[in-house]
Design a protein around this ligand. Structure first.
Ligand SMILES: [Zn+2]
Ligand SMILES: [Zn+2]
Ligand SMILES: [Zn+2]
Ligand SMILES: [Zn+2]
Length: 525
């Protein structure tokens, strides 16, 4: 089989015993290695919520007035509408020209214009683009990289039926109807439905460097990688540039895997999600294991961790009554179900109530969906500039959740969240709100967090990435603004992580106390 372009020489494509084809390591791959880099995915477009704020070609986000804590220092980006349709926006003439000529906006523009002010949903926009692109492929060539070669799994959609199949039909029918205004070509619904199935099976969510979803991407190179719930690599984006980076050391000839879904969920939820969206039964190493680390519960007596496959505490031999445990687990599951419903109430008030009831049921901070609830609340509080409360939720994740969930300190999500925590801490250090560990040396902690981020960003995002640049600039600014005490020998802290810096032992103890007290208040409410 020919080696697809963009794949690093350290990886090769091979037919897989069970899961079609997969990507394997041709040599030992160290953590933080870029395995794939695609500068020009087939399709990469903003989702509905980001049509107004992202360039329709390069995905650059407009710099908005209220600059988010994660987006400091981006060069200012100003977007202008395509004057033809007034639906899509561009950051430059160059992006507009490329999108027009090479990415079929010339074709779409009339269709979008005819629908205005109604805007086609992202899946309809994507399948029209795929269909147009497909026409330029040599028919029947089945070339690696072509849309024709992508799997559609239409039989899977038919079998699942219900909402998903209805949605495929509806979207295809709508898009076919809309395409009639084009003088170039219009499409049949059946053909577009095939495109829709290919899209849903093979596409990925485009995220910012800080993992906020902004769009939809289809790249055959990304679709070659199989799924694992305990992946050894991760898909990332820098604008429209897609990359896959190793998360741990990958031995020669081991399969390189990424996760298609949210891994902060229980085995049951993961398996259901994968079955309904990708039509396979996950048999990854984690799903096959008896022990699910995230589903460990907490011993009511010694507060130790009880593995998911037992009710007896390995620490003190206390037996948690089975019905007590299953009631807590059922509560967690129903909270997740509630929140994934369409039109779910995700207001901070409701989220906080859910969080309190899960803690009152004696579940530990790692039990799904508790990490997600903390994250959602932190995001809401940051939006409200309620820095102190945002800080408490982020700090809980930093202390109690990330080390368990993201085993390595250079996991990109962990690095990004640690950076967010540092940015929120800057706000707190300014206001110095009461009741937040008065004796903490915020400057030291802030600097400790930033050295952790700076020391890991090369592995997590790559030294040349936009995020690495943001982090380096912030570090320089903080050095100037807060002044570094030369007695700290802070250069020696670089990359270590707060807890591994001997000078910060005292501060870390105070932080852990803050988190423990915060969790107690959540529990007692
Ligand atoms: Zn652009
Ligand atoms: Zn246009
Ligand atoms: Zn799995
Ligand atoms: Zn115990």
């Amino acid at each position: 089989m020919s080696q697809p372009a963009n794949l690093s020489p350290s990886a090769y494509l091979k037919d897989h015993a069970s899961a079609g084809r997969g990507v394997f390591a041709s040599t030992l791959i160290p953590p933080g290695t870029e395995i794939l880099n695609v500068t020009d995915p087939l399709i990469c477009i903003p989702d509905d919520a980001h049509l107004d704020t992202c360039c329709h070609y390069c995905m650059a986000e407009a710099t908005d007035e209220a600059s988010s804590v994660n987006q400091a220092y981006r060069p200012p980006v100003k977007l202008s509408y395509c004057l033809g349709c007034r639906v899509v926006k561009y950051c430059s003439k160059a992006c507009q020209t490329t999108d027009w000529k090479q990415k079929s906006h010339k074709y779409e523009c009339v269709i979008y214009k005819a629908q205005y002010p109604r805007v086609l949903p992202v899946t309809a926009r994507a399948i029209l683009r795929m269909a147009k692109q497909f026409l330029s492929e040599t028919p029947g060539s089945n070339i690696v990289g072509g849309i024709g070669a992508l799997k559609a799994h239409a039989e899977g959609f038919v079998k699942v039926g219900g909402d998903r199949w209805e949605m495929a039909n509806l979207t295809a029918k709508g898009a076919a109807e809309f395409s009639k205004v084009s003088k170039q070509v219009s499409f049949e619904p059946e053909f577009l439905r095939d495109m829709y199935c290919k899209l849903l099976i093979n596409s990925a969510t485009v995220v910012t460097q800080t993992f906020d979803p902004i769009g939809l991407c289809l790249a055959y190179q990304g679709a070659m990688f199989n799924h694992s719930c305990d992946p050894n690599a991760i898909m990332m984006f820098d604008g429209r540039q897609l990359s896959i980076r190793s998360l741990k050391e990958i031995p020669k000839d081991a399969e390189i895997t990424i996760s298609y879904i949210d891994n902060l969920s229980t085995r049951k939820e993961r398996k259901e999600d994968l079955k309904s969206r990708y039509f396979f039964d996950c048999a990854c190493s984690l799903c096959s294991s008896d022990v699910q680390p995230l589903e460990s519960s907490r011993c009511p007596k010694c507060k130790g961790s009880i593995p998911s496959n037992t009710t007896t505490c390995p620490n003190c031999n206390q037996i948690t009554p089975d019905d007590e445990l299953s009631a807590a687990i059922a509560l967690a599951a129903s909270t997740t179900t509630q929140r994934t419903k369409r039109n779910a109430d995700k207001s901070p008030t409701t989220t906080l109530k859910s969080l309190q009831s899960l803690y009152s049921a004696n579940l530990p901070p790692t039990f799904p969906p508790i990490p997600q609830l903390h994250q959602d609340l932190a995001t809401s509080y940051i939006d409200e500039a309620n820095w102190k409360t945002a800080f408490l939720h982020l700090l809980t994740l930093y202390v109690k959740v990330y080390p368990a969930v993201y085993a390595t300190p250079y996991h990109p999500v962990r690095v990004v969240r640690t950076f967010t925590l540092a940015m929120v801490l800057i706000q707190i250090a300014v206001d110095a709100p009461e009741g937040l560990g008065e004796n903490i040396d915020f400057t030291k902690v802030l600097y400790g967090l930033l050295t952790e981020v700076c020391g890991n960003v090369e592995k997590s995002h790559g030294g040349q990435s936009t995020f690495a640049e943001v982090v380096r600039r912030k570090m320089e600014e903080v050095k100037v603004d807060i002044g570094i005490d030369s007695n700290w020998e802070a250069d020696k802290w670089m990359g270590k992580g707060l807890r591994a810096i001997p000078d910060l032992e005292g501060e870390v103890a105070k932080i852990i106390k803050i988190v423990d007290e915060f969790l107690e208040t959540l529990k007692s409410n």
